[in-house]
Every structure is written in C-alpha cells, then in structure tokens.
Design a protein around this ligand. Sequence first.
Ligand SMILES: [Zn+2]
Ligand SMILES: [Zn+2]
Length: 303
Amino acid sequence: MFENLEKRFEELSSVLGVLEYIAIFFFSLIVLETAWDIYTKRRTKYKETIANFFIAFISALLERTLYGAIFVICLTVTESFISYKIPLTWWSWALALLAADLTYYWMHRFEHEIRILWANHIVHHSSPEYNLTTSLRLAWVDSLIEWIFLVPMIVIGFEVTQTIIAFLFIVVYQTWIHTEKIGKLKGLDKIFNTPSVHRVHHGSNRKYLDKNYGGVLMIWDHLFGTYQAEEEKVKYGVTIPLNSSNPLTINFKEYWLIAKDVRSSKSINDAFGYIFGRPGWRPKRNKKDQELSLDASKGMREN
Ligand SMILES: [Zn+2]
Ligand SMILES: [Zn+2]
C-alpha cells in the first residue's frame, strides 16, 4: 500500500508538472483579460475580481498540500481493493477522458440539485460578474469531497493517476469559456462546452437555471435533457444575490443558512430535506410553502 502511494505521488508530480504549464498559460490569459478590462474601463468595480484571485490563491495552497494528498490517498486505498486494471494505452486514455467527462456531468448535476453540495458549488455561481477570473472562483472545500465522485472510475479499473489527470483535464479545459468576449460558435455550441453554452450555465434567468452541466462535451446534457442554448441575455449570479465580496461569506454563507434551517426544523424529515433536498426545498405545511416548494422543483436556487 505505502509503496503504491509513493509510486502514485511520483507519477502524479511528474505529469502535473506538464499540467502546471497549461495552468500558467491560462493564468496569464486571466491576468491579460483583467488588465485589458481595467484599461478599457469595462471593469470599474474591482471587489469581485480581487475576491476571485484571493479565493484561487487559498485553493491553490490547499490543493497542492492537504487536498492533493487526500485525493491521492483515498483513491489509492480504493484501488487496493480492486484486483484488475485497465492497461495504459491510447484507447484507455480516450475512454478515461470520456468516463471523466461523464463523471463530471453527474458530479456537477448533484452539486446543483442536492443542497449540501450546492452549498459548496454556489461559490462558483454567486458572482454577478462573468469573466475569466470567475473560473478561479471555486469553493475551498471542493477538492475535499470531489474525490468521492471518482471512485466509480477506480472501481471500473482505471489507474489512479490516469483518473486524476483525465478529471483535471476536464476541469482545466473550462477556464477559457468564462468570457463574454467570444460569441456563439454555431455548431460547436451543440457539441462542446463553449463560452456561449457556459454563459447559460451561469445564468439566473429562469429558463437557464440548472442547465448545461457538461465539462467538455455537451452530449450528456442532450442525453439527459439539460441542454439549453443561449437565447435571451444572461443575468449572472444566483436568484437571491449574495451581495458580498467577502471570501469567507462567499465560501460559507450557504452552510450557515442550512444550519439555520436545520435548527428551525420541526422533524427529522424536515432537517433531512433542508440538507439533502433540492436548493429551495421547504416543508409543505401551508399554501405558501407549497408554492415555494413548487419553485424549488423547477430548480429555483432560492434559500
Ligand atoms: Zn455549476
Ligand atoms: Zn463556470
């Protein structure tokens, strides 16, 4: 087991070195876009941008230390129970990327449709602005839990290193799509996650809520009925604005709201609903509650 762990850390650190160059390239793009927006006075309020950079800095620290170790250790322990392995070949890489993309779709969907997971993912959606720095705005607790979603890939027989790299590829790909500077890309918008497709995902317009979960490919959204093309102007953010650029509020407010709801629960069922129900879930006690709950069933993110 410990030999395996050592091997995994060595393999990953050499391949992650390559991914680091891609990350540096994307980070340079983010800095360039920010500088351009400030120079051309497109961005006049800096609080959200500063918050996004600060959140990314803390995330990077956590991912390179504690979270990285948790990811590798938990998946390697899982792998030790699996007696077969898919060999490392070109076709297994193609399969791993496809499997990681499907995994990402469902992870992302659960993060929108189960409130305790939404409490983590809301960080990425809570900004009323949309630019490349939004891609940096990922919850501090993200990597603490996301390894769980990769367990099925390990059980299928994919190597830990291959699984993590394929997953990271799906995540890093999405950096460039957080922009309004690239319009629609016609046919590509139906196949790939593009700026237009992802703008819809970040919209709080009713018809855009909980749509376009895909990481790289849009086939999963077509297949599972969550695809939505960009039709009306996107209103970014969540249905009830956060009204704060404080990184602590951004990261933890929804957990606090859940705790408040659980404290006010009149039964275990209610508490369970507040934690694991859809965001916006309310116990159905009177007509108003029923209406609110109806909204929740339509995917409203009001809490
Ligand atoms: Zn999302
Ligand atoms: Zn996004």
